[in-house]
Structures are given as structure tokens and as C-alpha cells.
Design a protein. Structure first.
Length: 238
């Protein structure tokens, strides 16, 4: 009986120790869990704070971006108006530009004469009536090309016929081109020929060519071109 009581006591003591250890372990785990939860809460609060800060930053950036967009739209509109005003100035664009001719007369009647701005003869003597251009002979296809030096919108081309009663009809049949586009044809004898290009169908060109397809001399006092530019081919206005 004594042995049995002692055994029971020891068993109870062992059980109590086990329970105490279990409770201590549970308490320890609870503490660790609480600490982990606290860390999670702190982390979540930090994330929330960062998200709030990020939202405020994004909102500020969006407002700044909107301001920049508004400023850009206003600036674009202002630039567009300036370009339109700039385009409204039609000026003389062929003066002293580079010229070419395919049937050169070697007696001083070069094609550069048609862009020198001179409209009066230097003398009344026919042989020395400078300044007008004159081809070497009456070959078909005589032409003069004016290189404008850039891409221009062409508004008007004017031909000045050589004011010589014996030969003014030689200009009849001439074709006038802006690059490869035919913009005028001489069909009668006159002192001057004006070719106004329509505003509803803009013409952009880098050169103006006066071509005589018939077997005739090509001689002119002056070729005048009015327009505006130069433009980039990717930035032209219709």
C-alpha cells in the first residue's frame, strides 16, 4: 500500500511538471505569436503609410503632369498660330537662286540672268540687249531650272518675256513646272505671264522649271517665284 501511494504521488508530480512545462511552452509560443503579430501589424502599418505616401506622390505627379500637358497644349497652340502667321507672309523666293540650263549660249545669256532682278535692257541694240537668257539654238526641250534651295510652298510664278518685237512669240508653247507638277502653259504672245497657284490645292516644290518642248529658242527676261518656307517634308501645312 505504501508503494502504491508513493507511485501515485510521483505520477501526479510528473503530470504536474508536464502540465507546467506544457503551459510554459504554450505561453512562450503565445508570446512569440504575439510578437510576430505585432511585427505584422507594424509592417502593415508601414505598408499602409507607404501606400498613402505613394498615393499622395502619384496624385502630386498627376497634377504636375496635368499642368505640363495644359502648358504644352497652350504652347502648341501658340506655335501653331505663329506658324500660320509666318505662313501668311508670301515673299520673293527665287532672287539670286541657283539655276541650270541644258542648251547654254556662250555669249553671256546665261540662265542666272533670269533670277537677277533686272527688268530693263542695258542697251537698245538687239545683239547686246542684256540682261535676258537665251539658249544656244532652237532645239526641242530647251529648259531653265531654278533651284529654290529648300521645299517651299509656291503661290505665284511670273515669266517676263524678252521685250523684242521680232521674237516674243518664241515663248509660246512653254510649260512651267513646280518640281514635276505642271502649273502653267504659255498659249499666246504677251509681255508677262502670271501663274497663280490655287490655295485649296497647295503646291510644294524645291525647283521651278521652264521647258520649251517645241523646236524653238528659249529666251526670257526674268522668272519670279513667290512663296513661303522652307519646310520639312514631314511638317508641311495643307
Amino acid at each position: 500500500a505504501v508503494v502504491s501511494t508513493q507511485s501515485v504521488f510521483e505520477g501526479r508530480l510528473a503530470l504536474e511538471n508536464t502540465l507546467v512545462e506544457t503551459l510554459a511552452l504554450m505561453k512562450s509560443q503565445t508570446t512569440v505569436t504575439n510578437l510576430y503579430i505585432q511585427e505584422m501589424r507594424t509592417t502593415l502599418r508601414s505598408i499602409v503609410a507607404r501606400v498613402d505616401t505613394l498615393e499622395k506622390t502619384v496624385q502630386t505627379k498627376m497634377e504636375e503632369l496635368q499642368e505640363k500637358v495644359t502648358e504644352t497644349v497652350a504652347l502648341t497652340g501658340k506655335i501653331g498660330k505663329r506658324q500660320q502667321v509666318w505662313m501668311s507672309e508670301i515673299r520673293f523666293i527665287s532672287h539670286f537662286k541657283l539655276t541650270e540650263q541644258n542648251n547654254k549660249n556662250g555669249r553671256g545669256h546665261d540662265s542666272d540672268i533670269v533670277v537677277d532682278g533686272q527688268f530693263l535692257f542695258a542697251t537698245a541694240t538687239h545683239t547686246f540687249m542684256r540682261p535676258y537668257s537665251h539658249t544656244l539654238d532652237a532645239s526641242a526641250g530647251n529648259k531653265v531650272v531654278i533651284r529654290l534651295g529648300g521645299l517651299f510652298r509656291i503661290h505665284k510664278i511670273k515669266l517676263w518675256n524678252a521685250r523684242d518685237s521680232c521674237c516674243m512669240d518664241r515663248l509660246v508653247g512653254v510649260h512651267v513646272y513646280a518640281d514635276t507638277r505642271l502649273v502653267g502653259t504659255v498659249i499666246e504672245t504677251k509681255y508677262t505671264y502670271d501663274y497663280i497657284l490655287p490655295g485649296e490645292d497647295p503646291v510644294y516644290a524645291e525647283s521651278v522649271t521652264v521647258l520649251q518642248p517645241l523646236g524653238r529658242y528659249l529666251h526670257m527676261l526674268e522668272v519670279q517665284v513667290w512663296g513661303n518656307g522652307p519646310f520639312d517634308r514631314e511638317d508641311i501645312f495643307t
